[in-house]
Design a protein around this ligand. Structure first.
Ligand SMILES: [Mg+2]
Length: 223
């Protein structure tokens, strides 16, 4: 058994590949309006920036202070998405029930590129607190945005919280970037391919699984 198993959130524990783009569009418009930017249709690059540098550059163009604007935008998106989750638009996959059994032998964590406020909300709302000892999403800062996976920052933070060495941990994700995240930290990885196609690319997961229930039979490979 692994000392710790960390899970990606979107597409692994919670239905939906990621936060709906409409959430970020609305959050961006709300934030720009409150900062009196005078922009009605924000550019796509500000709604979904590639990185913090892009967000900073566009904030400068619209004459809004980048850091406070970003914190506002992330908070607005969190409020919107958490409301959608309460309304049932995103829900746990049925096989998430297996967490209770897995928690009997491994410490569990959630590590997501989603916002920390939504990750924390989800853990509490679906009453996973008892089984999931650490939950990290991206911090609502521009620096936090640049630390998203495949940067192993948040996975490292979660394993530190659980006091587990990455070599004794498994990270479960549905994207090849999740596999790369685990590789970069020296953890094993499981690629969850729920249905349909395996994502294309070079990353080599330690395991490939079709359901979270497959984790019950997973053992660390012998040295
Ligand atoms: Mg995912």
């Amino acid at each position: 058994m692994y000392d710790a198993i960390a899970f990606d959130l979107d597409g692994v524990l919670l239905t939906g590949y990621h936060t709906a783009p409409a959430v970020y569009r609305r959050a961006t418009v709300e934030a720009l309006t409150d900062f009196e930017a005078g922009v009605e249709e924000p550019p796509a690059a500000l709604v979904d920036p590639d990185d913090a540098a892009t967000a900073r550059r566009l904030c400068e163009r619209f004459d809004v202070p980048a850091e406070p604007y970003w914190g506002y935008r992330e908070h607005a998106a969190t409020v919107l998405e958490n409301d959608q989750i309460r309304e049932g638009e995103r829900e746990p996959f049925a096989d998430v029930d297996v967490l209770e059994t897995l928690a009997g032998s491994s410490a569990l964590a959630i590590v997501s590129n989603n916002r920390h406020g939504t990750v924390r909300f989800v853990r509490e709302y679906f009453e996973w607190d008892e089984h999931v000892g650490a939950a990290y999403g991206r911090a609502p800062t521009l620096a936090g945005y640049d630390r998203m996976k495949p940067d192993p920052h948040y996975l490292r933070t979660a394993l530190d919280t659980l006091e587990v060495d990455p070599a004794d941990a498994l990270f479960v994700g549905d994207r090849l970037s999740d596999i790369e995240t685990a590789d970069r930290l020296g953890a094993d990885s499981a690629l969850l391919v729920r249905e349909g196609e395996r994502p294309d690319g070079d990353a080599q997961p330690t395991f490939e699984i079709a359901s979270l229930e497959d984790l019950l039979a997973v053992e660390p490979p012998a040295e």
